[in-house]
Design a protein around this ligand. Structure first.
Ligand code: TRP
Ligand code: SF4
Length: 520
């Protein structure tokens, strides 16, 4: 097996229009190189939401949030609501034990720890199946690195007694869930999402299904909003997991106006016709479908295909009155669960083979009932998982930060003196001469050293971070001194962290997590 499974990263199209070819294109490839040339494209092309929009809703936001290091999310609002209302929520992320944990991983460790401190049920997992199948690491190597990741996570403040740590390979419940989820995904999807092809090894496919199970694992005991803090390269996984969460649900809940089925677009035209009922109905309490059809034929845009299909559906319904209702759709329900839902619904209901219409429920109440019945009848009742995305750190040498280029990153296990030296020899955003720097100011926005301050060295101290920035761009700060200060802080951080790692040893050994793989 090769470390670099490049055969699996062909030129297949990736979701949402990006392609793996053109140089300027942004590609989100979980097994490719973790860089993003243009974060804005992630909003425009991939539909990731801007974190700034949800930031005001976050109680005591972490400094990585305040400083826009966390820049995007999917559905994080749901998690903030749970935090604010003191309702259960969870956070989970995973680590491929392919090398030393480094300062890039620290971002995710910190995100998990913060969510744990906010009261979340928090999980850290070792993606050993993925490391073995997608990167070809041996079990010996995996064991060694796994231990190092866990020690750093605990040393940084993760409470393993409150939270959960596991390795994919040793978690039977997880594998069972993976198997169930796998029944709702097929290989064509994997081809289009990940570029898998006939050469892709089957264990790699299995490791993806396992990651889907990881993401939904916190909800096995009960459905709850869950955030997955990751880099944007993991977004394809998050999207698939969000889809699978929905596909596993027993019932869908939608709005309807008459007995026929309509898609979302058609529904909006029916809604418009319903709102206009006074214009055409003899009795506005009973607007007839056929009259609504006539109204839509006159008022709708004939060039829109959905208008046409809506008109014909309304015509077919004839004399049936339009009447707003909430509809339960049978997606995956067992027969018993469907019957149980029928029994559980109160008030007026109309039962069909694959849907039930009700008139006395809000959509929200209907959704709650659907979840309750699903769970009482053997379903999971999953809530769509959410994610937050952090920026990738720039390498100290300017390019991307990569585990395979030692000078580009600082390992959490680096000798503190080496850490000091690496910072001292880092690329900066400084000018050619001190004179020019005083005149023009430094380019903090392009400086890996400034990033070190903002992402790590300044900790929670926003004022200090701002001072470094202002002094730099104002020309008062020169790179020599600035790097000296950063290097010293890095040395202190590494000394302190490594001391804490040692303290964590004992704690780790007392935990119920297999540190030596049974597969060795
Ligand atoms: N695929 C992730 C990586 O390459 C590791 C991972 C496995 C993960 N399962 C996960 C991340 C679940 C987040 C959530 O690093
Ligand atoms: Fe970077 Fe500091 Fe130089 Fe500014 S002064 S460019 S922050 S090293």
């Amino acid at each position: 097996m090769t470390r670099d499974d490049s055969s699996e990263r062909g030129t297949e199209p990736v979701p949402d229009g990006g392609t793996a070819t053109g140089e300027d294109d942004v590609v989100l490839d979980p097994w490719g190189s973790a860089t993003v040339s243009d974060y804005r494209k992630l909003f425009e092309e991939f539909g990731i939401e801007e974190f700034d929009d949800v930031l005001p809703d976050v109680p005591n936001p972490h400094y990585l949030m305040r400083r826009s290091v966390i820049f995007g999310d999917r559905g994080y609002r749901r998690v903030t609501e749970a935090m604010r209302n003191d309702e259960p929520f969870a956070a989970l992320s995973g680590f491929m034990p392919t090398g030393d944990p480094h300062i890039g991983h620290k971002l995710v460790f910190d995100e998990l720890i913060w969510h744990q401190q906010q009261g979340g049920d928090t999980y850290g997992l070792i993606a050993d199946l993925e490391a073995h199948s997608a990167r070809g690491l041996s079990w010996e190597e995996i064991d060694e690195h796994a231990r190092d990741y866990l020690l750093s996570l605990i040393a940084l403040g993760f409470d393993p007694e409150e939270g959960t740590l596991y390795r994919q390979s040793e978690n039977r419940e997880l594998q069972d869930l993976a198997f169930e989820l796998g029944s709702k995904a097929n290989f064509s999807e994997f081809q289009s999402i990940y570029g898998f092809d006939g050469e892709t090894n089957v264990s790699h496919v299995q490791s993806v299904v396992t990651q889907m199970a990881d993401i939904l694992y916190p909800q096995l005991s009960e459905p709850k909003p869950t955030v997955i803090p990751v880099g944007p390269d993991q977004d394809p996984h998050v999207r698939l997991a969000r889809d699978l969460a929905v596909r596993m649900r027993y019932f869908g809940v939608t709005k309807a106006y008459a007995s026929f089925e309509a898609d979302e677009e058609e529904l909006s035209h029916v809604a418009a016709a319903y709102e206009a009922r006074k214009e055409y109905a003899d009795d506005p309490d009973m607007p007839r479908c056929e009259d609504a059809a006539a109204w839509l034929a006159e008022n709708g845009d004939p060039d829109v295909p959905a208008v046409e299909t809506t008109i014909s559906k309304l015509e077919n319904a004839g004399m049936e009155p339009l009447r707003p209702r909430v509809r339960f759709l049978d997606r995956n329900a067992t027969e018993e669960a469907y019957d149980a839902l029928i029994d559980a619904i109160e008030g007026e209901k109309r039962v069909f083979d694959e849907h039930i219409d009700v008139f006395d429920y809000s959509r929200q109440d209907a959704k709650a009932l659907a979840r309750e019945v699903e769970m009482d009848n053997g379903g999971y009742g999953f809530i769509m998982p959410s994610s937050i995305y952090h920026r990738f750190m720039t390498g100290l040498t300017g390019g991307k930060m990569s585990s395979s280029i030692p000078a580009s990153h600082i390992s959490l296990m680096d000798d503190p003196e080496d850490g000091y030296d690496k910072v001292k020899s880092a690329t900066t955003g400084g000018r050619e001469t001190a004179e020019k720097q005083r005149e023009l100011g430094g380019k903090a926005d392009e400086c890996p050293v400034y990033e070190l301050y903002a992402y790590l060295l300044a900790g929670d101290d926003d004022e200090f971070t701002k001072r470094v920035y202002d002094e730099c761009v104002g020309g008062e700060r020169l790179c020599g001194d600035c790097k000296e200060q950063a290097a010293q802080l890095m040395r202190e951080f590494l000394e302190d962290h490594q001391e804490k790692r040692e303290e964590a040893e004992e704690l780790l050994d007392g935990l119920d997590i297999e540190l030596e793989s049974s597969r060795r």
